[in-house]
Design a protein around this ligand. Structure first.
Ligand code: ADP
Length: 362
């Protein structure tokens, strides 16, 4: 490693070069501050040993220039000085020296200070390489976010548009040809209508999920009691359709994104009503303060979930049933997990098959 020596005293120069050579460094000498600055501009140094008082350009000014040069690598500067006053030490450190050593030069002291310098340089290099990795990772992340945003807009426009055309014309055909269609053709037409409506739901759910991952949160104070009422009103048809009882305990107001939290409540309550095996659904939503955070729960008396699937069901598209058994796209719980995590929380479930499930989120 090359070390720049800015020193006007001939005897000190000779000793410094000899010591450095002994320890495996190459010392390059500038006979005054100006000459050292010229070396610095054309050669690559990681360590500079610099005298304070020199002709033309003193040590402090040289250090200021080196710091202002903003090299891509960190440079460790050791100032040699006869000045031992506190004010001098502060001045040297403020100019950008890392360390200073009192003259006359002591070989052992110089050795340990150089070893210290190398340790600092290694650490800085290590941090810089981590930083570069992090920067690359961030760039990669930004690229994939961009790709996801493009995909979202593609899905929303390019896929929804032809789907609307298909379902629109099928309805038109059904209306116009009603009297001329035999039973089987009517059934085929119904398959098409059903298929397009399922695809529409899937696209809407997918969009919702990707918006959660790429969109921004708008945090406000949300009254969860009110949110519960809204979710129940949204699910009115499903609740009345099966005569479900949906109740809640005392729910708090929390800081969160209203739209996201509404989706969370609606998905969990919706599932609690849907995954039933004939008995009247009983759903209860509650919250309690635990270890400084709100722990919410949504309990049902439904079909329950086998222990081996308790984690899998939060993955996108993971379903445990066929569409014939229970309708759905498998995206609801993945959305719930996104919402909980984006609020700095977690979501999980405890369940017993044929008895019911209890979803928790914080
Ligand atoms: P979807 O309801 O559209 O299938 P979700 O992501 O909401 O998608 O749920 C994933 C799977 O988890 C469901 O297919 C179902 O098997 C299971 N599940 C979710 N909620 C419940 C519940 N309350 N009781 C039993 N199973 C559930």
């Amino acid at each position: 490693m090359k070390v720049l020596i800015a020193e006007d005293d001939r005897a000190s120069q000779v000793r410094l070069v000899a010591y450095l050579k002994e320890w495996g460094y190459e010392g390059v000498v500038g006979n005054d501050g100006e000459e050292a600055w010229e070396h610095f501009q054309v050669e690559d140094f990681r360590i500079v040993i610099c005298d304070w008082i020199m002709p033309k350009l003193d040590g402090i000014e040289l250090i200021r220039r080196i710091r202002a040069a903003r090299r891509p690598h960190y440079i460790y500067i050791l100032l040699l000085t006869g000045k031992a006053e506190k004010a001098d030490r502060i001045k040297a450190l403020e100019a950008g020296a890392q360390d200073f050593m009192l003259k006359p030069l002591d070989k052992d002291e110089l050795r340990v200070r150089l070893l210290g310098a190398e340790r600092v340089l290694n650490l800085v290099e290590h941090l810089a390489s981590h930083n570069r990795e992090l920067e690359n990772f961030n760039k990669e992340l930004e690229r994939s976010n961009q790709a996801l945003r493009s995909f979202t807009s593609l899905v929303s426009h390019d896929l929804q548009e032809p789907l609307r055309t298909i379902s629109g014309f099928i309805k038109l055909l059904q209306g116009r040809m009603q009297q001329h269609l035999d039973e089987r053709t009517t059934e085929y037409m119904d398959f098409v209508t059903d298929g397009t409506s399922r695809m529409q739901t899937l696209i809407t759910d997918l969009l919702q999920y990707s918006k959660l991952r790429t969109g921004e949160q708008k945090l406000v104070l949300v009254d969860c009691q009110e949110l519960f009422q809204t979710a129940v009103a949204d699910l009115d048809a499903a609740i009345n359709g099966c005569g479900a009882s949906v109740t809640c305990g005392e729910l708090p107001s929390i800081h969160g994104d209203r739209t996201q939290l509404r989706m969370l409540f609606q998905n969990l309550i919706g599932n609690a009503i849907k995954y039933q095996a004939g008995s009247q659904p009983e759903v209860h939503v509650d919250a309690k303060l635990q270890a400084g955070e709100w722990l919410f729960s949504v309990r049902d008396n439904g079909i329950g979930i086998e222990a081996k699937y308790l984690e899998d069901i939060f993955e996108p598209f993971r379903r445990l049933h066929t569409k014939q058994e229970y309708s759905g796209t498998g995206i609801g719980l993945a959305c719930c997990q996104q919402v909980a995590e984006q609020h700095g929380g977690r979501i999980w479930v405890e369940s017993e098959v044929a008895t019911g499930s209890k979803f928790y989120f914080t």
